[in-house]
Design a protein around this ligand. Structure first.
Ligand code: ADE
Length: 235
């Protein structure tokens, strides 16, 4: 899978060399390329923003560096990629979005800063490829970089081969529609806290039933919205 990231802070993504995703990169499972938006500026100050037409606070990212950078990526691509702009004004990113991105051969992320990117960048990009605005939650970040990092963590591990044992992906929170059950490892007693008896029993059906109960209890308590959706889907 090919992933391009356009940003004014390329160093932000240095940490993608670490851990599972770093391994996925060296194994060639994820071909990640970072583009510095300022490389497509042509003034002494490498300007990427300007004041908004119509007035108002803050600065808006100029369209020209975006056009030039995206041209370079699109002209090289065999098929039009999916272009994702993280934005608090976008649709909310979920596990279903992560599954969908993991199946794309090529995703381009455009990280906005300041008060956003000139609207014409989205309109023009949509004439050349599929474009999505995506939010990682109902709060405002200073820019899209952290949002892209979160999205890559979420979909990268779903790309076939990235996680060694694919079974470990099945029982996670948000895959079944319920939150995951609590986990324990050795020792059986620690600082006065004991591992629930049933987990030591070796009785697989009882363990499975206990875990399912824990999932239901936890989801109903912490995320009534998910619990309701899960219950409705069982009918
Ligand atoms: N940029 C700023 N806030 C954001 C959010 N919540 N999600 C995605 N991108 C953003």
């Amino acid at each position: 899978m090919r992933v391009d990231i356009v940003t004014i802070f390329p160093q932000f993504f240095d940490i993608l060399d670490l851990s599972l995703l770093g391994k996925a990169r060296t194994q060639g499972l994820i071909d990640l390329r970072i583009h510095d938006l300022r490389d497509a500026t042509h003034d002494r100050h490498r300007t990427v923003d300007d004041t908004p037409y119509g007035g108002g606070a803050g600065m808006v990212m100029k369209p020209e560096p975006w056009g030039e950078t995206l041209d370079g990526i699109l002209d090289e691509a065999a098929e039009p990629p999916l272009i994702v702009f993280p934005s608090p004004a976008g649709e909310v990113f979920t596990q279903a979005t992560a599954r969908r991105y993991a199946e794309e051969p090529h995703v381009v992320f455009g990280c906005g800063r300041y008060e956003g990117i000139d609207q014409r960048v989205f309109d023009w990009a949509a004439s050349r490829a599929r474009v999505e605005l995506v939010s990682i939650g109902d709060y405002v970040l200073n820019g899209g970089e952290v949002a892209v990092m979160a999205m890559i963590e979420a979909f990268g591990r779903l790309v076939p081969g990235v996680v060694g044992n694919p079974e470990s992906l099945v029982e996670e929170s948000h895959e079944s529609g319920l939150l995951e059950y609590p986990s324990y490892t050795k020792p059986a007693a620690w600082r006065g806290y004991e591992v629930p008896e049933v987990l030591l029993s070796g009785h697989h059906a009882k363990v499975a039933a206990w875990r399912h109960e824990q999932q239901l209890e936890r989801t109903a308590r912490v995320r009534p919205d998910l619990y309701e959706a899960w219950t409705a889907a069982q009918d």
